[in-house]
Design a protein around this ligand. Sequence first.
Ligand code: PHE
Length: 449
Amino acid sequence: MATSRGEFSSRIGFIMAAAGSAVGLGNIWGFPTQTASNGGAAFVFVYLILAFCLAYPAFMAELLIGRYGQANAVTSLQKMSRTKGHKQFAFIVGFGGVVCAALILSFYGIIAGWMMSYAIEPVAHFIGAGNSAEWVVSQSLTRNILFTACFMFLTIFVIRRGVEDGIEKWSKRLMPLLIGLLILLIGYVFTLEGASEGLNAYLNPDFSRVLDPGLLISAMGQAFFSLSLGTSVMVIYGSYISKKENLVSLGAQVTLIDVSIAFLAGLLIIPAMYVAQAQGVAIFADDGSLISGSGLVFAVLPALFDTMGSMGLMVGFAFFVLMSVAALTSSISMLEGPVSYVVERHNIERKKATTFIGILIFFMSVGIISQLGVMLDFVATLATEYGQPIIAMLCCVFVGWIWHRNDILKEIQSGNEKVEHSIFWKIWPWYTKFVCPTAIAIVFIHSLR
Ligand code: PHE
């Protein structure tokens, strides 16, 4: 075993780090575009319900597993196991999560690299380097590899420094920056023509779509991705929380921040799309649906910034810095999953392990870049639509069916003595045992059809 594991030094440190992991491209890009293409506020409504009723309980399960085990995902799950069969099952679930985190990072790093390249473009324009500006936003093998490498370098840089000096310190710096930038941008977009129409589209629900299975599946996937579930990440972050903290309220606060930032991002992106439309930029695809995904972030929004003249350079820069920062606080958590596993299970020094795994994942990214058209989608689907729900579900099964109820209670009670009489304790154990695994399984099986 490695000597000292590190711990978050304060509750705010944990909140910033866990919210940093949760708030990422999923919130600022994924959530608004899913909302735009799934009936506006109807999606927001379903998302809120699923986030609190399904994702939060599963999130609590992962945090508790980690804090109980005080170790990486595999070791923590094995500490709860009583038979050899349980231990093997623990290995599959824990290691599956670690692999899932690595897979997500391998494609997330590429997209985050694009965000950085789009942040550099306005700077290049500003200093009169027009050719370079064009190069950084054009698809090319070299550009993709270069920017993915830069982003991975930053991720490795933070994780090499460990829990307090790396994850906590940087999350505490970057999260306020992210929230500040987001609010500033929203304030600015609201002053522009077309924003109120966008606000209308965002906040007026089309309730006929609430029970649409497609919408339910997308909302659940979005909620799980957003809370970083099924990737061992929240298990490891849970393991760095002091036993004195009240986990139930910490978990609720992180969920609330995550959901609120997604909501705020919607207030920025959807009005911005309608502002773009008022400027003559096309925001609807040929089939009449709103342009989403990469078309939105890398075509519609830059076209909008172009119409704003020199102000557009600043707004474009701020927007893509916001995206890059959001991506970085998430990517560090993805790297921490595999790193903590290797450090603790194979007794390798943290700095070495971080560099080694970071470079390995970078090579996976290069593999994806070499076949971008097929591989990006393939890896993203494999990790987020299959890996995450399955592993999150198995974590709930572990907590509900393998972990002793008394041990669970003891773990929740530390830092929260009166929990035995709270509604949380009356509902959550039963909920995690039956409702979460069944609901996840139903939605998952449905999505396979
Ligand atoms: N939650 C992050 C986001 O919304 C993504 C993430 C997934 C982070 C899995 C860690 C693990 O972008």
